[in-house]
Design a protein around this ligand. Structure first.
Ligand code: NAD
Length: 436
């Protein structure tokens, strides 16, 4: 428990749940390191720094599952609300075997800055269950989702904390969360989750929003360097919700998607992959591996390709001290959360590689999630054209804010984005004051 002894927000607190310890994971250490960098630039005191570093609320739940064959298995689930000064917690739900409290904390913190950068009235949250969804049936995943939802019920809700899909979860998962929550309250409450199917109050444009946002910021970054997306070469790691739609939209915009990988391997064709046919192949086989008209490539080989744009859109920490020196792309646009470690950031900056950071590059998903929440609250749905126009406007204006600050203060795009996000959250926190 945190005990407050100081009278000013800029004075140190006596304890904090979030201080790095020997067991702190790389992802959490990375997130704390990024915050420290922004706090130093902003000149904030230790008390405010600790306040910003410390999650407001963390829930750790056991999620027992009755398997289809009658056996019982137990999973660990988490929901972290990192900061709620600007509005309700907002953040995805991840199903992956590596999920632990530190990973969820770090992702919740990233959500806080991300929502502030794109000026959404939300704080940051995240949830996860340490399960490999590929090893369980749909019925088992439904039971896991409903039990997890029921366990975290006291802290979620349309005004408290709104979930969305992340790695290993999708529209169907959100429909189960929404149904479980609604049944417990006695009426349908679509605004408790975003990224739902259209049939239960989802938004047009949500499935492709993160990827479309990645493409918008790539266009902005290229334009700033006097280059164009049409004719540029792109390599994408991950062919899930973010990577696959990004590949399709990049191709639509005239870029050559020369390589994609997933957890099983990858494919490379220097002349550009036929993305529509690749979708058919993945639909039939479950992986990009084995796609004809392309050579095999592994995940490290993809990171080392000489391309204009590299989009990591899978797991965190893939561009690290070992792999960063191999990167030959001019731009790294982070579709995934946390794909670049702090050490790698330093290496890439020294190499002259421009990194468009996750908290800006993949914010398109939460922007359209916000639109979905607004539509659900009003029970009035917008057209796809309205949504895409508003998404483009927000992404481009957020990019312009970040790039403008980076230029004026000679910062990397990541530092500039963090400074903007952290400052907006700190301002809200300070203006609200401390209760009681
Ligand atoms: N879905 C969203 O709207 C959204 C929004 C913002 C950020 N993100 C982030 O984007 C990333 C991907 O999320 P997603 O929703 O596309 O997940 P997903 O589960 O739909 O897809 C993940 C992809 O990564 C691949 N993958 C998994 N482990 C890998 C490994 N070790 N090496 C290479 N590839 C691997 C999988 O095969 C799959 O193709 C995550 O970091 C997530 O937090 C997602």
């Amino acid at each position: 428990m945190t005990t407050r002894t100081a009278t000013s927000l800029d004075q140190p607190l006596t304890t904090t749940a979030s201080s790095p310890t020997a067991t702190t994971s790389l992802a959490w250490a990375n997130a704390l390191g990024q915050l420290s960098g922004a706090v130093e630039i902003l000149g904030y005191g230790e008390g405010l720094h600790e306040m910003l570093a410390t999650p407001r609320r963390e829930l750790n739940v056991a999620v027992p599952l009755r398997r289809d064959d009658g056996r019982v298995e137990l999973f660990h689930g988490f929901r972290v609300q990192h900061n709620i000064s600007r509005g309700p917690g907002k953040g995805g739900l991840r199903y992956h075997p590596s999920v632990d409290i530190d990973e969820v904390r770090s992702l919740a913190m990233l959500m806080t800055w991300k929502c502030a950068i794109v000026e959404l009235p939300y704080g940051g949250a995240k949830g996860g269950v340490g399960i490999n969804p590929h090893e369980y049936s749909q019925a088992e995943l439904e039971r896991v989702t409903r039990r997890y939802t029921s366990e975290i019920m006291p802290i979620i809700g349309p005004e408290n904390d709104i979930m969305a899909p992340d790695m290993g979860t999708g529209e169907q998962t959100m429909a189960w969360v929404m149904d479980t929550y609604s049944v417990s309250k006695g009426h349908t409450i679509p605004a408790v989750v975003t990224g739902k199917p259209l049939a239960v109050g989802g938004s047009l444009g949500r499935p492709t929003a993160t990827s479309r946002g990645v493409v918008h910021v790539t266009q902005s970054a290229l334009a700033e360097a006097g280059a164009e997306l049409a004719g540029s070469t792109v390599a994408i790691q991950g062919f899930g919700k973010v990577g696959s739609h990004a590949a399709a939209i990049f191709a639509e915009e005239g870029a050559h998607v020369v390589a994609v990988t997933d957890e099983f391997g990858g494919v490379h064709n220097p002349a550009g992959l036929d993305v529509a046919r690749l979708f058919e192949h993945v639909g039939a086989t479950g992986s990009v591996v084995g796609f004809d008209g392309a050579d095999p490539i592994d995940n490290t080989g993809l990171l080392a390709l000489e391309v204009d744009v590299l989009v990591p859109a899978a797991v965190d920490g893939v561009i690290n001290a070992q792999t960063a020196p191999l990167v030959r792309a001019r731009f790294v646009v982070e579709g995934a959360n946390g794909p670049t470690t702090s050490e790698a950031d330093t290496i890439l900056a020294a190499q002259g590689t421009v990194v468009v950071p996750d908290i800006l590059a993949n914010a398109g998903g939460v922007v359209v999630s916000y639109f979905e929440w607004v539509q659900a609250n009003q029970a009035y749905w917008w057209t796809l054209a309205e949504i895409e126009e508003k998404l483009a406007g927000r992404m481009r204006s957020a990019y312009a804010d970040v790039a403008g600050l980076a230029r004026r203060e000679n910062l990397t795009l990541r530092d500039a984005a963090l400074v903007i996000g952290v400052k907006r959250v700190a301002e809200a926190h300070q203006i609200r004051g401390l209760y009681p």
